[in-house]
Ligand binder design. Structure first.
Ligand code: ADP
Ligand code: MG
Length: 237
């Protein structure tokens, strides 16, 4: 257990440092990308164009990683805890994802209990939902194309959000490393989505659990307290 705590502390320090560096990288990255685009547009030979295309793709990748870390670097005072209608928040995120689910013919079924009002930072919770639904979409692209989202009351003033897909599933071996930064099985993945989810959920004093079977699908369960003392929410995420 001690080992695990120390590992988490180390990861959190590394995360903070990386978030700071990400912030500094952003400006030069933007200007390099801009110049690369101009050079590509003005290039006369095919080979130069091709190389610049590769450069721009790689720059895009760095940009994605930097942006995800930037989210972690946001200072405390931008987190805002307030009473939120969780059903409305989930419906809002489902709408946001519609271009992606529609274009891939993915069916989203939502079973959402009404009048769950909870104290949370709605922007952060939105980020959690986007990351989890994004993973569910990516897991079902090849098969089934069904995602179930459930919201229900739990025990002791908790509420539960479940994102269930019937996609590729995750092997037992891989389930151990899911939350580690940069762990990804996707060509265009960053491996930061789940780490960010866990940070946000822990900052809300909740838990996240992944249940998965290879070739059957994955259920991610998030349990959060409905009301908690907002003064407790001072940890940096
Ligand atoms: P990314 O999506 O950029 O790869 P994440 O942290 O969001 O990073 O996820 C890490 C890895 O966990 C993914 O690459 C994938 O292998 C696995 N994973 C997460 N969610 C699911 C899911 N719903 N179904 C199957 N695999 C998943
Ligand atoms: Mg992801």
């Amino acid at each position: 257990h001690e080992m695990k705590v120390r590992k988490m502390e180390k990861l959190s320090m590394v995360g903070e440092l990386a978030a700071g560096i990400a912030h500094e990288i952003r400006n030069p990255l933007t200007s390099i990308t801009g110049f690369a685009q101009i050079i590509k547009e003005n290039a006369n030979d095919a080979l130069t164009k091709e190389y610049l295309e590769i450069m721009l793709n790689e720059l895009d990748r760095i940009n994605k990683i930097v942006n995800e870390f930037m989210f972690l670097a946001k200072p405390n005072d931008t987190t805002e805890f307030k009473e939120t209608d969780i059903k409305e928040l989930i419906l809002h995120v489902i709408k946001l994802m519609e271009p992606q689910t529609n274009i891939n013919s993915i069916k989203v079924n939502a079973k959402l209990e009404s009048s769950i009002i909870a104290v949370c930072d709605p922007n952060q919770l939105k980020q959690v939902l986007i990351n989890l639904i994004q993973n569910a979409i990516e897991a079902t692209l090849e098969r089934n194309k069904n995602i179930n989202i459930v919201l229900k009351s739990g025990k002791e003033e908790n509420y539960i959000i479940q994102i269930v897909d019937n996609g590729s599933g995750i092997t037992e071996e891989r389930q151990k490393t899911l939350f580690e930064p940069f762990y990804t099985t996707k060509e265009k993945g960053t491996g930061l989505g789940l780490m960010i989810c866990r940070r946000i959920i822990e900052n809300h004093h909740g838990t996240i659990n992944v249940n998965s079977r290879t070739n059957h699908g994955t259920a991610v369960t998030v349990t959060l307290p409905t009301y908690c003392n907002a003064a407790k929410f001072t940890d940096k995420i």
